[in-house]
Design a protein around this ligand. Structure first.
Ligand SMILES: *Cc1c(COP(=O)(O)O)cnc(C)c1O
Length: 360
């Protein structure tokens, strides 16, 4: 039986996509082998790579003056790759905003490679809000401003990008990529590990405005330099073929469903159902400020840590799995990415009602 998996990542994939992969597992497109077994230089894999890159461009409406590459090492690898690609020397500047754990890791990693300044942080209130900034908060000669757009662990979200004037924004979209329509032209660099919303683990998408290329630190390792995969159409070395194949199937499915616009409407509906229920309950709480709430990751607590643990255990027995909150936060967290159907939210809410009745 398939469960409703609320894991923050790796996370659910649409059932139809998993079934499609299963159908072709032994013999992909008459090749006599699975995608897991074939050469990344084969004509079949070449077609997968090309189609998948094209689908990312189409579904996110990525303008021509942006490159798209697939890399490995997870989103975390980009914490180092970003300053190494965008700062030519160790004294060039970049400004960071820290709105959660992953942004903090990115900030700390960058400090090794440049003159990095922390402009704003929401750590004082355990990352439950998005700090307000204005153009004047950033150094005029900063090469980029860094944000994490959706805070996977604490459940906060940038709903409006900071005004940085002409300074390009570099954004981590790992937990919100293709969950809502965005205007790519407002960003300098977008990157995202695919395992939250798009694919199994192993592949990270990086989207780079072309004029920001060619300035990497001379010490930037070959495999971290974005230009390496740009020049090789993301086939410089062996890619995570299976993950990219699964992403292609998932993006085909998303396109068939009506694309990002269609999934955004569903995502907003799912999140509203859950927040409405939590806000109308005196048993459950979500502490994120209302204008900064994520529609992908929804943390909540019951009246006590003991009840939280009981909740997680009993939910699991009902096929509602991976609801335990991150260790930094405790409580529960429902990650409701693109692949979580509305029925999963309905089932979660009815379980929450029952649990409240039995334990209040
Ligand atoms: C999951 C996540 C990461 C880390 O991704 P890895 O691929 O495990 O390195 C970074 N940033 C955000 C926002 C995430 O959600």
């Amino acid at each position: 039986m398939r469960v409703y998996n609320f894991s923050a990542g790796p996370s659910m994939l649409p059932e139809e996509v998993v079934k499609e992969a299963a159908k072709n597992i032994e013999d992909y497109a008459g090749s006599g082998m699975s995608v897991m077994e074939m050469s990344h230089r084969s004509k079949w894999y070449d077609a997968i790579n090309t189609e998948c890159l094209a689908l990312v461009r189409e579904l996110m409406n990525v303008p021509e003056n942006y490159e798209i590459i697939f890399v490995q090492g997870g989103a975390s690898q980009q914490f180092d790759a970003i300053p190494l690609n965008l700062l030519s020397s160790f004294d060039e500047k970049a400004d960071y905003i820290v709105t959660g754990n992953f942004a903090n890791k990115a900030y700390k990693a960058a400090k090794k490679f440049g003159d990095i300044r922390l402009v704003a942080s929401s750590e004082d209130k355990t990352y439950t809000y998005i700090p307000k900034t204005t153009k004047d908060d950033f150094r005029k000669d900063a090469k980029y401003v860094y944000i994490c757009e959706n805070n996977t662990i604490f459940g906060g979200k940038y709903w409006e990008l900071p005004d940085t004037g002409d300074i390009p924004i570099v954004a981590d979209l790992s937990s919100c990529i293709m969950s809502q329509e965005i205007d790519v032209s407002k960003y300098g660099v977008i990157y995202a590990g695919a395992q939250k919303n798009l694919a199994p683990a192993g592949v990270t998408i990086v989207i780079i405005r072309k004029d920001l290329l060619g300035k990497a630190n001379p010490l930037c390792p070959t495999m971290l330099n974005w230009q390496t995969q740009i020049d090789a159409n993301s086939l410089y070395n062996t890619p995570p073929c299976w993950s990219i194949y699964m992403m292609m199937l998932n993006l085909r499915y998303l396109k068939k469903m009506g694309g990002v616009k269609a999934i955004e409407a569903i995502n907003r509906k799912k999140a509203a159902m859950l927040y409405d229920f939590i806000d109308n309950s005196s048993f459950y709480n979500n502490y994120v400020e209302k204008d900064a709430r994520s529609i992908m990751n929804i943390p909540f607590v019951s009246p006590s840590a003991e009840l939280d643990a009981k909740f997680v255990k009993e939910a699991e027995a009902e096929g509602l799995v991976s609801l335990k909150g991150h260790k930094l936060v405790g409580g529960m967290r429902a990650s409701i990415y693109n692949a979580m159907p509305i029925e999963g939210i309905e089932k979660l809410i009815s379980f929450m009602k029952k649990f409240e009745e039995e334990n209040k």
